[in-house]
Design a protein around this ligand. Structure first.
Ligand code: A2P
Length: 270
């Protein structure tokens, strides 16, 4: 592994690989999260919008380890903006999960999914202020955003007290988001990579297959390792135990030359 943890600007540490649960239905979430915990994942990422918090929480609570040993992230639904609304949604999340604090809470997106691009600056600022309160009250160890571009981050930086500790964005070979990454780095914001396999779409790419063979790893491992090499924190998702194990075995290094080759690859989704 490159490093075991990333450190937020407030000193809180976050394990450098998280288990992503987007697209895992509630019925399957208990088994998947249990498999992840059993196989050494200590960082689980969920969201109210995933509708699986109940079984994610059940698996974490039943796994015989102290709560403090597991890092839990959840998210404020994209369509919920505003101070009181945020406090309410947070309560719903911790009730679903059956925990009394979160390690990381994120604004899921800068606009509702049904109205992408809408200017919700004021709503985001109000939500952020509610998250600052929850943070100051000790209900959340770190706060951040997700799917935010520079234009969405800037008003938070200008109008609020706490700089977001994380920005969770889609990131995989072919989707480097260079400008956003460098902006986040400049402001000490940890970038988390969701869909590090482009929801599976990078797995059949011949260039990746060839390079993975050279390192004697799978395309999934090469792709997840690439996120770490780019200083982003990957959140791979799987419902299969063999893959859950595989996605965490990343003890190899990609050469600078091969990183450059990977940086040239075009987005498989374009
Ligand atoms: P499954 O859940 O059936 O294992 P992402 O993390 O980018 O969202 O990608 C998740 C997708 O990639 C899911 O369809 C998942 O399928 C699949 N996947 C995850 N890990 C692996 C792996 N190691 N090998 C092949 N497919 C994988």
């Amino acid at each position: 592994m490159k490093k075991d943890t990333f450190t937020f600007h407030n000193g809180v540490k976050i394990p450098s690989i998280g288990f992503g649960t987007w697209q895992i239905p509630n019925e399957e979430a208990y088994d998947s999260v249990t498999m992840a915990l059993k196989n050494g994942y200590t960082h689980i990422d969920t969201a109210l919008a995933y509708k699986n918090e109940e079984n994610v929480g059940k698996a974490i609570r039943e796994f015989a380890t102290p709560r403090e040993d597991i890092f839990i992230t959840s998210k404020l639904p994209a369509e919920i903006k505003g101070y009181d609304e945020t406090l309410e949604a947070f309560n719903e999340t911790i009730t679903n999960l059956g925990v009394d604090y979160l390690d990381l809470y994120l604004i899921h997106a800068p606009w509702p999914w049904s109205d992408q691009g809408k200017d919700c600056t004021e709503g985001n600022v109000q939500s952020w202020k509610a998250m600052e309160k929850l943070y100051n009250d000790g209900k959340i160890k770190a706060i951040g955003v997700s799917n935010f571009q520079i234009e969405h981050l800037q008003p938070i930086l200008d109008e609020c007290d706490i700089v977001p500790m994380a920005n969770q964005i889609p990131f995989y070979v072919g989707k480097d988001q260079e400008e956003l990454l460098s902006f986040c780095k400049d402001h000490d914001i940890v970038v988390e990579a969701y869909s590090p396999l482009a929801t599976g779409q990078v797995l059949d790419m011949p260039e990746l297959k060839e390079m993975a063979e050279k390192y004697d790893v799978t395309v999934a491992q090469l792709s997840i390792r690439y996120c770490l090499e780019k200083d982003t924190l990957p959140l791979p998702k799987s419902t299969h135990e063999s893959r859950i194990i595989e996605n965490k075995q990343l003890d190899f290094e990609i050469s600078d030359e091969d990183i450059k080759t990977l940086e040239q690859i075009r987005d498989v989704r374009d």
